[in-house]
Design a protein around this ligand. Sequence first.
Ligand code: PXL
Length: 278
Amino acid sequence: MKRILTIQDISCVGKCSITVALPIISAMGIETAIIPTAVLSTHTMFQNFTVKDLEDQIVPITNHWIEQKIDFKAIYTGYLATADQIDVIKDVFKKFKTDDNLIIVDPVMADNGKLYPAFDEAFAAKMATLCSEADIILPNITEASFMTGMEYKEEYDEAYIKEMLQKLSKLGAKISVLTGVGFKPGKTGAYAYDSEKEEYFYYENDRIDASFHGTGDIFASAFTGAMMNGLSYKEALPIAADYTARCIQRNLDDPDGVCFYGVNFEQELPYLLKRIGK
Ligand code: PXL
């Protein structure tokens, strides 16, 4: 069985970060090791959440793994608690990078034109340096605008997206994926650029008119799980996009009531597994 490592927070209630990555990637048949960057009572969109930074655990945990000769086919990072953690995580990459494993960085820090409450522009600049060490990055347009210095736009054309992808690819990742890119009403999608092949790829799907937390993490987790099942990034992106859309719809249709802080990814897992042939 393949084993990957995901590095992000545990929001004890929140349906985001590790509490979605672990079940999704595990269900896809991939062993999912974790490094929790912090423990929060809830994600940061709740009022008065508690937070405990776990940065001091990262070095001892990874030193022990080195002793035990544990390795990973991918390292996927999500929400990181502080800018200082980013240097520690770069050391984790150094410890576990091999010629044939994949580093996937989702630079979780912002959405809808704004940084999340815990972050500032210095954090965004530091996150750009982590993206430089990745094979694949998965920012949304807001995150990309903070990392490239491009103006954030709600309405844009293809030239704006392509320029953003060019600037992102200068950070250094082989494949840059911009999420939440839609050119028509009722549509969204993922727009990717492969800097080695100098090739763009766009997958468009229906946009469900509702916004919930954790959907970016669900997308990144399904994408990582699909890649680890041997699919190409062009095969993995549509699966991740369609699965995420179904999770949002399923939440809206939930007979037990709509969850306001996250979506129903659990009951759409059978769909995801079918899409990867399991
Ligand atoms: O889904 C992204 C995310 C992950 N973890 C925490 C968050 C957020 C988004 O706000 O607050 C703690």
